[in-house]
Write a protein that binds this ligand. Structure first.
Ligand SMILES: Cc1cc2nc3c(=O)[nH]c(=O)nc-3n(C[C@H](O)[C@H](O)[C@H](O)COP(=O)(O)O)c2cc1C
Ligand SMILES: *[C@@H]1O[C@H](CO)[C@@H](O)[C@H](O)[C@H]1NC(C)=O
Ligand SMILES: *[C@@H]1O[C@H](CO)[C@@H](O)[C@H](O)[C@H]1NC(C)=O
Ligand SMILES: *[C@@H]1O[C@H](CO)[C@@H](O)[C@H](O)[C@H]1NC(C)=O
Length: 429
């Protein structure tokens, strides 16, 4: 502020004002000491200053048109769910264990049977071109070169064929689809997605008929009609399944009930999401619904893969969700904000997240991501349970289950979550 005033006093007001952005007050994200004072409003800052996923959001706020930033940033109504997504991590305690060999770190895993270099992916987020002229192509290339899954939105800046053409050699992508009320359009796009080589469909089912009332963005534009079907029943869902050979993953489930339902309907995976707090204000966070699922339908974790997202900004957030039984964790806003730097920004974001995971996993004593899935020994979620259910779910009063040292060579099956779960409700023997 001082600096701007001085420049102004010197008659240098054409030199744009420094952008002083209060990360905590303005954006609800933790202050980690990023100094925006020397930045020039309307320009991207030096990429070397991007140290955390949240830094890219501040860079985007500083450099994007106000209406475009508002479109990316907005939640629905009072953004209670949006903020809760970002804050739920404050109530989780991680249990780290000493005395283990963490010299061999592994983040690689499979998502829907395909191999990726990490258990996080980039979620569908519309209109990437608002951040960078390369639009989705820079996210595709960064993800492809890093072996990370990206699932572009059907409401992308680029069309389906352009996205397919932007893929790097051997890159596996899934594609998102909405249930358009125009059936011709729906079928036409499904065929083009298949022809484009995308391996699976994230079918978004939380956006029926209308988009949420996104007040922050409505200051620039009316939300209005989404052109999505408003009568998407189980019958319609079953009919849609006959229209494509691609595996379908329903995205935007927001209750344990709907997850159980989709498991019973035979989907290979489901995607638990509140759409980044953009559809219904007041719906729970993914962590709360995962706890509910553990309570009501624990068998589901063994039947299908579960993906989730919402407010994930740190390696530790990914680790907490894996420990709760999730197979892969999505991020919507971080890559589209990082994309103000184009491919280099998205690559840097991936490296930041990978490094955070590697470092924290090593420091917690378990450096193979395949030992994290459903391994609730790593987390204590009782503060959330107490708030959400009125009482902690777990019977034992120990904050950290006792773990017997494993016999040499007896590390167990990486993909078997049955044995790993259960620790939440009963004391380890
Ligand atoms: C700007 C923006 C556009 C989005 N567009 C879509 C979309 O086209 N299809 C979809 O299924 N989800 C969409 N989402 C939701 C994301 O896939 C994801 O669920 C959400 O962003 C996760 O929360 P996060 O942004 O806190 O990571 C969008 C989210 C944002 C922020
Ligand atoms: C429905 O979609 C088709 C294919 O995209 C398009 O040609 C047609 O104009 C659409 N119909 C309406 C009523 O929008
Ligand atoms: C869960 O984590 C603990 C602590 O590191 C470890 O001892 C145990 O082997 C893990 N369980 C599985 C099934 O990987
Ligand atoms: C997982 O482990 C449980 C308990 O040891 C066992 O009953 C089950 O058959 C295993 N499932 C798979 C898929 O390996």
């Amino acid at each position: 502020m001082m600096r701007s005033l001085v420049l102004f006093a010197l008659g240098l007001s054409k030199v744009a004002y420094a952008a002083v952005i209060d990360q905590e007050l303005d954006e609800g994200i933790p202050d980690t000491g990023l100094d925006t004072g020397p930045w020039t409003a309307g320009q991207v800052p030096p990429i070397a200053q991007m140290i955390t996923a949240n830094d890219f959001q501040i860079a985007a706020k500083n450099s994007m048109r106000a209406r475009d930033y508002a479109y990316f940033r907005t939640g629905v109504l009072d953004e209670i769910t949006y903020i809760n997504n970002l804050n739920i991590w404050k109530k989780i305690r991680l249990n780290g264990f000493s005395f283990s060999d963490v010299s061999d770190v592994n983040l690689a895993t499979t998502i829907l049977g395909y191999e990726f270099s990490a258990p996080f992916f980039f979620a569908p987020a519309a209109s990437a071109g608002r951040a960078h002229p390369d639009a989705e192509a820079s996210i595709i290339r960064a993800a492809g070169n890093a072996g990370i899954l990206y699932v572009p939105s059907i409401s992308s800046t680029l069309d389906i064929e352009e996205k397919a053409a932007a893929a790097v050699d051997g890159q596996i992508m899934f594609h998102q689809q909405y249930i358009w009320s125009n059936d011709t359009r729906l079928r036409d796009e499904l065929a083009r997605i298949e022809a484009g080589g995308f391996r699976a469909l994230f079918l978004t089912v939380d956006n029926t008929g209308v988009v949420g009332v996104r007040s922050r963005y409505e200051r620039f534009s009316n939300s209005g009609n989404s052109a999505h079907s408003s009568s998407f029943t189980i019958e319609a869902l079953n009919h849609l399944r006959t229209l494509t050979d691609l595996p379908i993953v329903p995205k935007g489930l927001k209750t344990a009930h709907d997850i159980k339902l989709c498991a019973e309907l035979g989907f290979p995976a489901v995607y638990l999401s509140n759409h980044g707090g953009r559809q219904v204000d007041g719906v729970p966070t993914a962590v709360e619904i995962l706890l509910d699922l553990h309570l009501q339908y624990p068998e589901v974790f063994d039947q299908i893969e579960i993906y989730t997202d919402g407010g994930v900004r740190r390696g530790t957030h990914i680790m907490a969700l894996l420990a709760l039984g999730v197979r892969a964790v999505g991020m919507g806003r971080p890559p589209i904000f990082a994309n103000v730097f184009g491919e280099a920004g998205v690559t840097r974001l991936i490296n930041i997240l990978r490094q955070e995971m590697i470092t924290e996993m090593m420091n917690m004593g378990q450096a193979d991501v395949n030992h994290w899935f459903g391994n609730t020994t790593f987390i204590n979620t009782r503060q959330i349970e107490l708030e959400y259910f009125g009482a902690p779910l777990s019977v034992p009063t120990s904050s950290t289950p006792f773990i017997h040292p494993s016999p040499p060579g007896g590390s167990g099956s990486a993909s078997n979550v049955t044995a790993k779960r259960g620790t939440m409700y009963m004391a380890m023997d």
